[in-house]
Design a protein around this ligand. Structure first.
Ligand code: ITT
Ligand code: MG
Length: 191
């Protein structure tokens, strides 16, 4: 059976590695990661994904998806949110923990959110995933994960995402939840 090819446009190799784990048993479809840049507008994750995938589809005219994601801390009114990449590159996890000094228990609730934007000849579809948890009191990692993983403890766990293997994280992550919905949709479209 000839494989349907779908592009995953991202510059983040960690997202690619996790998407490969999450989509590994996708039948009849080959996911090809490409680092095709697209304008990331200021807006919600949904707006960034929708605008980005529409732009890319207009350029390559082939089925393509992007994923916009972020780390949202409730007591900081959702900061860093859509600025997660910039905040990680500037004040980083040390800076976030400084902002969180004095907060304890439920005040440290946070979540990751992922919005996958897919576009083909039938138009655009968005698939969302959220994983809830808490900001840890210290940076904890075992060399796994990336960015905020070393300060995020998912609900029901006492390890941070960065203390779990990529496989363990990808069983429960925001990326898993969004890409599972994408997988369900795209497998139904197959002839
Ligand atoms: O836009 P692309 O090229 O896909 O890659 P990016 O890294 O810029 O990705 P985003 O624009 O979606 O920004 C998401 C940021 O949120 C953070 N983030 C997203 N998912 C994460 C995860 O699973 N674990 C830790 N941090 C994550 C990380 O700092 C990302 O840079
Ligand atoms: Mg980005």
């Amino acid at each position: 059976m000839n494989m349907m090819e779908i592009y995953f446009a991202t510059g983040n190799s960690n997202k690619v590695k996790e998407a490969e784990i999450i989509l590994k048993d996708l039948k009849g479809i080959k996911i090809k990661a490409i680092n095709l840049p697209y304008p990331e507008i200021q807006g919600t994750l949904e707006e960034v994904s929708e605008f980005g995938v529409k732009y890319l589809y207009s350029k390559i005219k082939k089925p393509v998806f992007v994923e916009d994601s972020g780390f949202f801390i409730e007591v900081l009114k959702g900061f860093p949110g859509t600025y997660s990449r910039y905040v990680q590159e500037t004040i980083g996890n040390e800076g976030i923990l400084k902002l969180m000094e004095g907060f304890k228990g439920e005040e440290r609730r946070a979540y990751f959110k992922s919005v996958v934007g897919y576009c083909d000849e039938d138009g655009i579809k968005l698939f969302k995933g959220i994983v809830r948890g808490n900001v840890s009191h210290e940076i904890r990692d075992k060399g796994h994960g990336f960015a905020y993983d070393s300060i995020f403890i998912p609900e029901g766990e006492n390890r941070t995402f960065a203390e779990m293997t990529r496989e363990e994280k990808s069983r429960i992550s925001h990326r898993r939840k969004a890409l599972e919905k994408f997988k369900e949709y795209i497998e139904k479209k197959l002839p």
